[in-house]
Design a protein around this ligand. Structure first.
Ligand SMILES: [Zn+2]
Ligand SMILES: [Zn+2]
Length: 344
C-alpha cells in the first residue's frame, strides 16, 4: 500500500508510492553533460565576456576583471530582473496585479576550475563561496525595495544550467516568491500555536528517529525530507536556531562547507553525478516595505534558514502539475540508507 505524507513546512501532501517502489540504483543519472572550456565566459582569461565584476575573492593583488580570483560575482548577462533608480510600484491591474521587473540577477562563479563540481571542491573554496553568499545577502538587504533574495544553483543541463562551469545565482525580487511565502506562513502559524520553531522541531524529530539522517556533526544536519516529492530530496540546516543565513559566523559556515562536501560527494558517487537544484531559503528583508504592521514580529524566532537539494531524476507529469501532489517512487528512509552506505 502506498502512503500519504504531509510536509508541514510546505503545507503539502505527497504520495510515497510503494507500489511503484524502485531500487535506489534505478536512479543512477541518465543525463550526462559535456563541456567546452575554450568558449566558457567563466574561465580565467575570459573576464571580458561577462558584465563587470561586482565582487570577488582574490588572494593576490590582481585587479578586477582579470584572472587571479577564487570566487567572482557579476551581473547575469541576460538578467531576469534589473534595478535602476525607480521606486517599487506595485499596482492593481483590474483583477490582476503588476509591477516593473525590478530586482537583481547575479552570477557567482565558483572557482576557476571549469570541470570541478561542488562535490569535489577543496573545502576552502566552498567556504569562500558561502562567505560570498553572506556578503551579497548583507549588501543586497540594504536596498529596501528588495523583499527577498534567493540564492540557488542549477547543476546539469536538465536542472537548468546553461553553462557547465560551476556557478550559483542570486535573484532578488520586490515581492516574496510563493514557495518562500508558504514556508513563512507555515512557520509563523506553527510558532503562533506552539511558541516554537517548526524547523527546530523537525530537526529534533529527525535526530530522534535517525532513519532519514545522512549527516549530523552537532552543528549542521542533513536528512532526506520526510515528505520528499522527489527521490533523494535533501534538507540541510543549522541545528542551532537561526533565521538569517547572513548572521551565521565563520565557524558555522566552515561546518556547512564540510557538510555540503560530504553530502554532495555521496550523491555524486551513489547516483553518478545527478543533475540537481539547490536552494537557500533564508529570512526575507523585514525592512522592505510595504508590509502589514507587526506582520514580521516573530520572524526571528519562527523562521530557520535551510538549504534544499532536489536531484532531478524523475519527470513532473500531468498529475503533479494538475494537483500539486507529487508521486515519489522512492521511500525517503531507503534513499537515506543508500546515501549513508555510500563510501566517500
Ligand atoms: Zn569554464
Ligand atoms: Zn529553528
Amino acid at each position: 500500500m502506498s502512503e500519504l505524507r504531509y510536509d508541514p513546512l510546505q503545507r503539502r501532501w505527497v504520495i510515497i508510492a510503494s507500489e511503484r517502489q524502485r531500487r535506489p540504483d534505478d536512479f543512477i543519472n541518465p543525463y550526462k553533460v559535456t563541456s567546452s572550456p575554450e568558449k566558457c565566459p567563466f574561465c580565467y582569461g575570459n573576464e571580458d565576456k561577462t558584465p563587470p565584476e561586482i565582487y570577488a575573492v582574490r588572494r593576490d593583488n590582481s585587479s578586477p576583471d582579470t584572472p587571479g580570483w577564487r570566487v567572482r560575482v557579476t551581473k547575469n548577462k541576460y538578467p531576469a530582473l534589473s534595478l535602476g533608480d525607480e521606486e517599487h510600484n506595485l499596482q492593481p491591474y483590474g483583477v490582476y496585479g503588476r509591477s516593473e521587473g525590478l530586482g537583481t540577477h547575479e552570477v557567482i562563479i565558483e572557482g576557476p576550475d571549469h570541470e570541478l563540481g561542488m562535490a569535489d571542491f577543496p573545502e576552502d573554496l566552498t567556504i569562500d563561496i558561502l562567505k560570498t553568499y553572506r556578503k551579497r545577502l548583507v549588501e543586497l538587504r540594504n536596498d529596501e525595495r528588495l523583499k527577498y533574495i534567493l540564492i540557488f544553483k542549477n547543476h546539469g543541463s536538465i536542472a537548468g544550467a546553461s553553462l557547465f562551469h560551476p556557478h550559483s545565482q542570486i535573484i532578488a525580487t520586490p515581492i516574496i516568491p510563493r514557495t518562500v511565502q508558504i514556508e513563512l506562513l507555515a512557520t509563523r502559524g506553527f510558532y503562533g500555536e506552539r511558541r516554537n520553531c517548526l524547523i527546530c522541531e523537525m530537526i529534533k524529530q529527525e535526530q530522534d528517529e535517525k532513519v532519514r539522517t545522512i549527516y549530523d556533526d552537532g552543528t549542521i544536519i542533513a536528512f532526506n525530507t520526510y515528505a520528499s516529492r522527489f527521490p533523494f530530496e535533501l534538507f540541510i540546516a543549522p541545528i542551532k536556531h537561526q533565521a538569517y543565513f547572513h548572521k551565521e559566523n565563520n565557524t558555522t559556515l566552515e561546518k556547512l562547507a564540510l557538510c555540503l562536501g560530504n553530502v554532495l560527494k555521496r550523491l555524486k558517487k551513489a547516483l553518478d553525478d545527478p543533475p540537481f537544484n539547490y536552494i537557500l531559503h533564508t529570512s526575507p528583508n523585514k525592512e522592505a516595505g510595504p508590509a502589514y504592521p507587526g506582520f514580521w514580529n516573530t520572524l526571528d524566532d519562527d523562521f530557520h534558514w535551510h538549504i534544499e537539494i532536489i536531484p532531478r531524476l524523475v519527470k513532473t507529469a500531468g498529475f503533479e502539475w494538475g494537483s500539486g501532489l507529487h508521486i515519489n517512487p522512492m521511500l525517503p528512509e531507503k534513499a537515506a540508507e543508500f546515501l549513508r552506505e555510500t563510501e566517500i
